[in-house]
Design a protein around this ligand. Structure first.
Ligand code: FES
Length: 155
């Protein structure tokens, strides 16, 4: 079992890998859901587009500009929800949000127990302003699922 410093290094490596080589960059061709997100704290913006078939996210992508955490989180988000039914994607969104904001370590009753590489972003919890960087693309994903026309803000 890795010690905490190994784990921190691994998490750092996952974040930098997704920052350097973001997965699913660009809105998918023929997407039928999309939304724009905005972080007023820094002015960064992200757009998320989805293609849905029978309640399943068959394609998802993002575009925008932001800090390393926001781009890595958007990339990880697309990998996490690609090919999943929408209700599962929403559960992962809630679990990820809980991971970053629940200070007592508790989780929602329907929280998936294993968030995989998303757990690399758990360290962001110690830096409240960076939580918005990590959740920007997720709020935008949820707005795209809900077909919200107005840009969503992290505030
Ligand atoms: Fe803008 Fe992180 S500093 S999203």
């Amino acid at each position: 079992m890795p010690d905490f410093s190994d784990l921190a290094d691994l998490y750092q490596e996952i974040i930098m890998d997704h920052r350097r080589s973001p997965r699913n960059e660009g809105l998918p061709p023929g997407h039928d859901h999309s939304a724009d997100g905005f972080n007023p704290f820094c002015g960064d913006k992200v757009s998320v587009g989805l293609k849905m078939e029978d309640g399943v996210i068959v394609d998802v992508g993002f575009e925008g500009e932001g800090c390393a955490i926001s781009i890595a989180s958007a990339s990880l988000m697309t990998e996490s929800v690609m090919g999943r039914p929408v209700d599962e994607a929403v559960k992962i969104f809630h679990a990820f949000r809980d991971l970053l904001t629940n200070t007592d370590g508790s989780a929602s009753a329907d929280t998936p127990s294993d968030l995989g590489d998303l757990e690399a972003l758990a360290g962001v919890k110690a830096y409240p302003t960076r939580i918005k960087c990590a959740t920007l693309s997720w709020h935008t994903l949820k707005a795209a699922i809900d077909k919200k026309a107005k840009p969503v803000s992290t505030e």
